[in-house]
Write a protein that binds this ligand. Structure first.
Ligand code: KIV
Ligand code: ZN
Length: 523
């Protein structure tokens, strides 16, 4: 007999667990834009940040809480009064706020991280949940490193957190250590041993250190989890978190097996994945399930032959079901403002008057240079409008000259507008045009970026396609990724370099200057 499918709550933590991973930092406006995209995707809970970690994070959570009404907005706190109060301040104004408190429970963490015994951990967990409940009805409790915690102690802490007022009990595999059979058994055990388990929503939060995050999350659902915590593209600490798109599509494609369903609009998976890649500058590998470029490409003759006879021979889901619609030619140079606004709206981008004006101006410039403007171009323009009006350095002018003769001297000159209104012009030579350009930017800003990765790709097809540059660099020991898009790849490269510089400035790092760097090398 068929029972009604179980509803699975999708809790997205791209803006918290994802954002805290190297190379994935986002500005406040990027976080807000992405939170809207998550709401459009149909995510039930958006974990917007960790407000106690910085005032910038608190402000970003607050902006999301106030302007994204459709989803529950969660904020993370340790079981510390200061953290919980920061969450309460950040979530003030949210229609459906959730405070998410956590404390480590495993023997290793108790001894080496917290220096607390079991009784003290239990007491702190209860105090944390009780304080959070004074600020919000919806409280989630997480037992960090749960999968390496003694099951009986884990059940005891969960029972106490539930009695103190938590609604959701999250069981994180913090270090990606577990296996499907093990985590399924643990969820079954907890549902049998936690007092009041029938009133709790059990949640899984799996990391991907052994490449098992999605398999483990699905096994947790089989064991009784009714919430899964995940991120778009699987971004997150170290090897990342469970990838939302894979989890959701596994539940959808194998719905009879799992007898479970989500509220996700799967046609928005690819656009949301692409948006995140553009914002963070971190692209997904070509063969990534669901959202990788090769996910639906059939190269071998045998496969193509089968596909022509029946799609089902080698296709378990349709590309259009996950948002791989053919990019359409949306607009051209005669299109007006209303058509652009309409198209952005149907792509899921809400823009205000000022943003629309900026994007329309950029669109007109692009349409003069490019015959056809695709959805992907519009996405890039929109994100670039954020990048071109940053809270830091802005690129005003750029000139690069280069050649291939033995005696050619690649030279770049740039003019920047600093945040205080000063115009700075600098020039430099280099081994090649990009080297010269980055050297000129370094002189103009007085900042040294240790470039680790530099990559240019095209946004769409065609010889007039825009170029997207992405750069990964270390600044004062921290890794940042920046991106820029333009019909001119040197312009795109300069924007990507400045994106990193501005991110590093926002992070208030002790940024090395070229002089300090030279002194360190000669010392
Ligand atoms: O991985 C983890 O344990 C976490 C918790 C804070 C939920 O991210
Ligand atoms: Zn985590």
């Amino acid at each position: 007999m068929n029972t009604r499918p179980e509803s699975i709550t999708i809790f997205d933590t791209s803006l918290r667990d994802g954002e805290q991973s190297p190379g994935c930092s986002m500005s406040a406006s990027q976080k807000l834009r992405f939170a809207h995209a998550l709401a459009d995707l149909g995510v039930d809970v958006i974990e917007a940040g960790f407000p106690a970690s910085s005032s910038a994070d608190l402000d970003a959570v607050r902006a999301i809480a106030r302007s994204v009404p459709r989803a529950t907005i969660a904020a993370l706190a340790r079981c510390h009064a200061g953290d919980i109060e920061a969450c309460a301040r950040a979530l003030d104004g949210a229609r459906n706020p959730r405070i998410h408190v956590f404390i480590s429970t495993s023997p290793l963490h108790r001894e080496h991280k917290l220096g607390l015994d079991k009784a003290a951990v239990l007491e702190r967990a209860v105090q944390g949940v009780e304080l959070a409940r004074r600020h919000a009805d919806d409280v989630e409790f997480s037992a960090e490193d749960a999968l390496r915690t003694e099951p009986d102690f884990l059940a005891e802490v969960c029972s106490a957190a539930l009695a103190a007022g938590a609604r959701t009990l999250n069981i994180p595999d913090t270090v990606g250590y577990t296996t499907p059979a093990e985590i399924r058994a643990l969820f079954e055990y907890l549902r049998a041993h936690v007092h009041g388990a029938e009133h709790a929503v059990f949640s899984a939060h799996c990391h991907d250190d052994l490449g098992l995050a999605v398999a483990n999350s699905l096994a947790a659902i089989e064991g009784g989890a009714r919430q899964v915590e995940c991120t778009i593209n699987g971004i997150g600490e170290r090897a990342g978190n469970a990838a939302l798109e894979e989890l959701v599509m596994a539940l959808k494609v194998r719905r009879h097996y799992f007898n479970a369903q989500t509220r996700i609009d799967t046609r928005r998976l690819v656009p949301t994945s692409r948006l995140l890649s553009r914002i963070t500058g971190m692209s997904v590998q070509r063969n990534k399930a669901i959202v990788g470029q090769n996910a639906f490409a059939h190269e071998s003759g045998i496969h193509q032959h089968g596909m022509l006879r029946h799609r089902g021979t080698y296709e378990i889901m349709h590309p259009e079901d996950v948002g791989w619609a053919q990019s359409q030619i949306v607009l051209g140079r005669h299109s007006g403002r209303a058509a652009l606004a309409d198209r952005l709206q149907s792509m899921g981008f809400g823009v205000d008057e000022a943003q629309l004006n900026a994007v329309f101006a950029a669109f007109k410039t692009l349409a003069e240079k490019k015959r056809e403007v695709f959805d992907a171009d519009l996405e890039a323009l929109l994100l670039d409008a954020d990048a071109r009006t940053p809270s830091g350095y802005r690129l005003l002018r750029l000139h690069v000259s280069t050649g291939v003769a033995d005696d050619s001297l690649p030279t770049a000159s740039v003019q920047l507008l600093a945040a205080d209104g000063e115009r700075i012009s600098e020039a430099a030579v280099g081994d090649g045009p990009v080297h010269a350009l980055f050297a000129a930017l370094s002189r103009a800003t007085g900042m040294v970026l240790d470039i680790e990765h530099y990559h240019v790709s095209s946004v769409t097809t065609g010889d007039d396609a825009q170029g997207q540059a992405s750069v990964t660099a270390r600044v004062a020991g921290r890794e940042f990724t920046g991106s820029g898009t333009s019909p001119d790849i040197l312009d795109a490269s300069a924007l990507a370099w400045l994106d990193i510089a501005n991110r590093a400035l926002r992070a208030s790092l002790p940024i090395p200057t070229p002089a300090a760097k030279r002194a360190a090398i000669t010392a």
